[in-house]
Design a protein around this ligand. Structure first.
Ligand code: B12
Length: 268
């Protein structure tokens, strides 16, 4: 049974996954495709989609935003895998990624896909933190995997390198997270603008990931949809076309232009 699952998933470039018990999920996120979850859901196949494509010191967007929008890439692979799985197992299989009612990090930890980092992210033994999570929810009962016993090194590097001091060994203050600030609509405070200027990114933030010892010497992603189309610098010339293909597109051009204007402004 698991051999069939493995074979089908690998046909759709899914090389790493773990399975957890749907009924053990602690809570769901509101208004995120909850109605699409199979009524008698039993198992969640939690999959890792690595997006590491190398280092780009001049980049002005974070790593996941340099590559084509993972929502589309992952959804396409998951939908294809779900169609094949439904046929093979005569059950319901539905794929989600990010826009999902499931707390994806909790599922990834429970399924043994990775272990929890102080930086708030799930660390995969091969991919580090540079992978996105996609999951398949099914009413088929698969045997569950165990959480990993490995733990983050607790070296404190992410705590020290977080530009806004949002990370502590004990938890994260997401209201201060620079990734959240770059995505915030409306006018940013002078302190928030200064933070953005110092970091030089107009979308997202990778500070707590770049410095992580679990992210050193990572392999380049096997997903060609990511590795073959990397745009590390967003500017006025390419902005319009990138709005259609990158994960920041849904926020609208106005927000990205505002951020470009902030980082290009000379610091006082
Ligand atoms: C909203 C959101 C954000 C918000 C943060 C809000 C927040 N509170 O997390 C903002 C905009 C700041 C953000 C930023 C980023 N995000 Co985000 N985000 C999400 C989103 C959509 C929902 C997160 C959420 O609210 N979860 C609710 C909490 C309660 O559940 P949880 O996420 O599973 O996590 C907690 C529990 O698992 C709990 N926990 C731990 N152990 C255990 C054990 C048990 C038994 C239980 C019950 C619970 C538990 O601790 C976890 C951490 O707090 C998820 C996608 C999703 N649907 O889950 C992506 C997601 C978490 N983000 C992701 C990414 C990549 C990022 C960024 C790296 C992007 C970037 N480069 O800028 C940053 C990283 C910031 C950081 N250091 O954490 C990835 C993480 C992948 C990974 N390897 O871990 C996700 C999973 C999207 C995806 N599909 O891959 N994000």
């Amino acid at each position: 049974m698991k051999a069939d699952l493995h074979e089908i998933l690998s046909q759709y470039e899914i090389r790493s996954y773990g399975i957890c018990d749907f009924r053990q999920i602690s809570s769901f996120l509101p208004c995120r495709n909850q109605e699409q979850i199979p009524e008698e859901a039993k198992s969640v196949i939690v999959c890792a989609f690595p997006y590491y494509t190398g280092e780009y010191p001049q980049a002005n967007v974070c790593k996941y935003a340099m590559v084509p929008d993972y929502h589309y890439v992952v959804r396409r692979l998951l939908n294809q895998a779900c169609a094949a799985l439904s046929e093979a197992f005569s059950a319901q299989f539905v794929g989600f990624s990010d826009v999902s009612a499931l707390p994806e990090r909790e599922c990834a930890l429970a399924s043994g896909l990775g272990f929890q980092g102080v930086n708030g992210l799930v660390i995969h033994p091969q991919y580090g933190t540079f992978f996105v999570i996609g999951e398949i929810v099914t009413d088929y009962l698969f045997p569950f995997d165990q959480p990993l016993s490995q733990t983050c090194l607790h070296c404190g590097s992410c705590v020290r390198r977080c530009p806004s001091g949002a990370i502590a060994q004990t938890g994260i203050d997401y209201s201060r997270c620079l990734s959240a600030i770059t995505q915030q609509k409306g006018e940013l405070s002078p302190q928030e603008q200064e933070l953005m200027q110092k970091n030089g990114l107009i979308w997202g933030c990778d500070c707590c990931q770049n410095c992580c010892p679990h992210n050193q010497n990572l392999p380049i992603t096997h997903l060609s949809a990511f590795s073959e189309d990397v745009v590390p610098i967003v500017n006025e010339e390419n902005l319009s076309s990138l709005m259609k293909t990158r994960a920041f597109g849904y926020k609208g051009k106005k927000l990205l232009r505002r951020n470009l204007e902030i980082i290009n402004r000379k610091p006082k």
